[in-house]
Design a protein around this ligand. Structure first.
Ligand SMILES: *[C@@H]1O[C@H](CO)[C@@H](O)[C@H](O)[C@H]1NC(C)=O
Ligand SMILES: *[C@@H]1O[C@H](CO)[C@@H](O)[C@H](O)[C@H]1NC(C)=O
Ligand SMILES: *[C@@H]1O[C@H](CO)[C@@H](O)[C@H](O)[C@H]1NC(C)=O
Length: 243
């Protein structure tokens, strides 16, 4: 049951940005916002964006999260990058480097964009989004295979992820991963994580919101993810995360 058997949909909660599936570079998904407008090449906005991405590249690896804003007025851009809580500094750096290069390539003149990888998330925008829950978009991914007993599997999944949510929001890294034993020597692995610009209360709100989407995302499926701009959750029956 590898992630190759995954499928996905994008659940749009607010405005519909341009969405496109990414393959080839290892990213899971990206969004180039069309509602935020375009910038022109060599403009102050582009200059500030390049500077911001350069800052995220060195701010993020030491503790897995970086954020910042560069410039003023129309040329101001804000961004963040978050590495999965268990990845090494080196892998975190590689992921952020790839993410900044890919988002620039895929969204060459968009004033806002987000890209998700297994190991990191990178997001920038001309709006001052830091500190607010991103309710604009959620991406659902699920393993196409069904659990043998879907209803009890759903209960176990929700219980594990809710427990992890309760741990994560009170944790300085806003991250938690764990494993529980299921019947028949099966195991269930889970992970939840928030971007650390959020308050602890908002982290919990974001995670609980994502968990509440499990019935529409991943009902009875043996693996699933809800990816957002401020938090994400994932569960699998194989060990996908260091615990
Ligand atoms: C932004 O750029 C895209 C592609 O380069 C173009 O299709 C779109 O019309 C532009 N939007 C605006 C508001 O100029
Ligand atoms: C970054 O990109 C390189 C080259 O495409 C790839 O080999 C590597 O696995 C990627 N790393 C991450 C963390 O995505
Ligand atoms: C999973 O269950 C659904 C609903 O019962 C069914 O439509 C689907 O074909 C099943 N998928 C697989 C891979 O067996």
């Amino acid at each position: 049951m590898t992630s190759a058997t995954y499928t996905f949909i994008v659940h749009v909660l607010f405005l519909l940005p341009f969405v496109q599936m990414v393959t080839g570079d290892g990213s899971l998904y990206h969004i180039c916002s069309t509602t935020s407008g375009n910038f022109t090449a060599y403009s102050p906005y582009e200059h500030n964006l390049n500077k911001l991405l350069g800052e995220l590249y060195y701010k993020t690896p030491p503790n897995g999260f970086g954020m910042g804003s560069v410039g003023q007025y129309q040329a101001r851009t804000s961004g963040l990058s978050l590495c999965r809580g268990d990845v090494s500094q080196k892998d975190c750096m590689n992921c952020v480097v790839n993410a900044s290069a890919e988002i620039r390539r895929r969204c060459p003149n968009n004033r806002a964009g987000t890209i998700w990888y297994d190991q990191c998330l990178l997001k920038y925008s001309n709006s001052d989004f830091l500190g607010q829950i991103d309710n604009q978009i959620q991406v659902y991914m699920w393993n196409v295979n069904n659990a043998t007993d879907p209803s009890s599997f759903n209960i176990e999944t929700k219980r594990l992820l809710s427990d992890l949510s309760n741990t994560a929001y009170a944790d300085p890294k806003m991250y938690a991963a764990g494993v529980v034993d299921l019947a028949g020597s099966q195991k269930l692995y889970g992970l939840v994580q928030c971007t650390r610009d959020l308050s602890d209360v908002d982290c919990k709100t974001c995670l609980d919101g994502a968990i509440s989407k499990l019935p529409s995302c991943c009902d009875g499926k043996i693996g699933g993810r809800v990816l957002g701009g401020s938090c994400n959750i994932r569960y699998e029956i194989y060990p996908f995360v260091g615990i």
